[in-house]
Write a protein that binds this ligand. Structure first.
Ligand code: SIN
Length: 275
């Protein structure tokens, strides 16, 4: 297995690995690469939906997403789908998946199934690099703080998606979510300090209103917006991307009007997060 960096401080492109027939040793190596770099990209993969599920189970288990449409034959697989005539995509703003859960998902395995001719790339940002970029005063200010996360304002019947042409396809509008996590977590495997707030699901700091929280939240978010902390995955047929939600944010670009894009996503089970 060979790894080539994707960005300055984030990601790796892995060659010499077929996900469908990987040894336990290779799987451990791949996990290590995901823990360390945040996101890995593998090209030329021939991964059937069944093999996708098997890989996720070998990795450590599946968290079924409560909102995305599920694949009819394989309900473990959520479909990130934009039809030709839809305007809105799923995941089009910076976020980390499932931070609204008390035990957030570890990450995802995303498989390209139908791609536009051009566009539909996914951007990733490394939240360890973002934390490292903060000045010492800000690091001291956020040490010990916690933040409140929810998905209700996104998925509820009067939430963000309901106003769009994705509204009808989504599930779980009746669900209620609320979780609190440290603003700075330690990666459960590497121990690296990571900024764990995100623009989509973080509502406010514990003990503060949204208005009081916003100036500091915006400053923290700005730390992830540097070229060094970011990488872009350009999808091709056969591309599979695996990322760590604790270490990264991601966003799917919506720049392919009139074309279809269908991705199969399995969300991997995680663990409670600690400072
Ligand atoms: C997501 O999981 O947010 C979607 C990513 C993508 O479609 O590229």
């Amino acid at each position: 297995m060979k790894m080539t960096p994707l960005g300055e401080e984030i990601g790796a492109e892995v060659t010499g690995c077929q996900l469908a027939e990987m040894s336990d040793e290779a799987l451990d190596q791949l996990k290590e690469a995901v823990w360390e770099s945040g996101v890995v990209v593998l090209r030329g993969q021939d991964l059937s939906p069944q093999q996708h599920i098997e890989l996720a189970n070998r990795w450590g288990g599946i968290d079924i997403n409560n909102y995305f449409p599920l694949n009819g034959e394989h309900p473990e697989i959520a479909e990130v789908r934009k039809e030709k005539d839809q305007q809105t995509n799923i995941g089009g703003g910076w976020h980390t998946d499932h931070s609204y859960d008390q035990v957030p998902a570890m990450g995802s395995i995303l498989v390209a199934r139908t791609l536009p001719l051009k566009g539909g790339d996914t951007l990733f940002a490394h939240m360890g690099a973002a934390y490292d970029a903060l000045d010492e005063e800000t690091k001291a200010e956020i040490a010990g703080m916690r933040a409140v996360h929810s998905a209700d304002h996104i998925y509820a019947p009067d939430g963000a998606y309901a106003q769009t042409d994705q509204g009808k396809a989504l599930r779980g509008q009746e669900l209620k979510t609320l979780a609190t996590h440290p603003v700075v977590i330690r990666h459960p495997q590497t121990g690296r300090k990571l900024l764990y707030v995100n623009p989509a699901f973080t509502l406010h700091f514990e003990g503060q209103t949204r208005e009081e929280s916003l100036p500091l939240l915006q400053r923290l978010y700005a730390a992830a917006m540097t070229p060094e902390a970011q990488a872009r995955v350009v999808w091709k047929p056969g591309t599979v991307t695996i990322w760590d939600n604790r270490t990264t944010w991601h966003m799917a670009l919506n720049d392919y009007p009139g074309e279809e894009r269908i991705m199969h996503r399995i969300t991997l089970s995680g663990e409670a997060l600690a400072a």
